[in-house]
Design a protein around this ligand. Structure first.
Ligand code: DC
Length: 225
């Protein structure tokens, strides 16, 4: 049976994961959040107290890292680092910043490449990240570059934190988002950019339902579903 692959790339906070998860559920595909896989490496590097910009020291840690991905009873992706469930631990701002630096190291990207490809060989997937359409799955059936303005992404993050009872300065959030965008799109290896033939979906002026509908339409149109 043919396995379908949908590659979604774009900057943090554009809504990739919540949209991809919702649409994957509709289509009966597995949703794979590759950012979580990179975050698991970032989490280990942070815990070891190694500087994320020290490529040699980070590379030396890789043989000690065993990453596993699974799905909980709720259907959500869970990440295991050397057997420990780190699904929540990988979501801190410290891990975010560390991961953005660690992800620029060629040895880290090579370490994770096969794992991502193998997942897509085994089932139909919607995979999101930064280089899925350009590097990981260049032959994907549909490639989408999903984005929104930095201001809008910072606003969404601000509201999300407020709903969780946290307050963070909007200006600080915006600077963090811009810094991560810069790191992700200016690194030498596999920088974030739209893949050739990618469909651009800008959700700046769309709410969640409208974004979901647009994403579903793009996928169905390209796959003839
Ligand atoms: O999508 P996210 O914010 O959870 O990703 C965390 C970091 O990992 C982010 O700085 C970009 C990086 N990343 C990457 O370089 N390549 C991917 N395929 C996915 C994420």
């Amino acid at each position: 049976m043919k396995h379908y692959a949908v590659a979604i790339d774009g900057p943090s906070g554009a809504g990739k994961s919540s949209l991809a998860r919702a649409v994957a559920g509709d289509l009966g595909f597995i949703y794979v959040d590759t950012g979580a896989i990179y975050r698991t490496v970032g989490c280990y590097v942070l815990r070891q107290g190694v500087r994320p910009s020290d490529a040699q020291a980070v590379e030396a840690l890789l043989p000690d890292i065993e990453i596993r991905m699974g799905y909980g009873d709720d259907g959500l992706q869970r990440m295991y680092l050397n057997g420990e469930d780190v699904t929540e631990a990988i979501r801190t701002p410290e891990v975010s910043m560390c991961t953005s630096k660690v992800a620029a190291i060629p040895a880290v990207r090579a370490f994770l490449l096969e794992m991502q490809r193998e997942i897509a060989q085994e089932q139909s997937v919607i995979m999101d990240g930064r280089d899925i359409g350009t590097v990981v799955l260049p032959d994907a059936d549909v490639k989408i570059f999903l984005t929104a303005s930095a201001e809008e992404r910072a606003k969404r993050r601000y509201r999300e934190l407020r709903e969780q009872g946290e307050h963070k300065d909007f200006g600080v959030l915006l600077v963090e988002i811009e810094e991560r965008d810069y790191n992700d799109s200016h690194r030498e290896i596999a920088p974030m950019r739209p893949a050739e033939g990618a469909v651009l979906l800008d959700t700046t002026d769309l709410d969640f339902e409208q974004s979901c509908r647009s994403l579903r339409e793009i996928i169905q149109e390209h796959m003839g579903l």
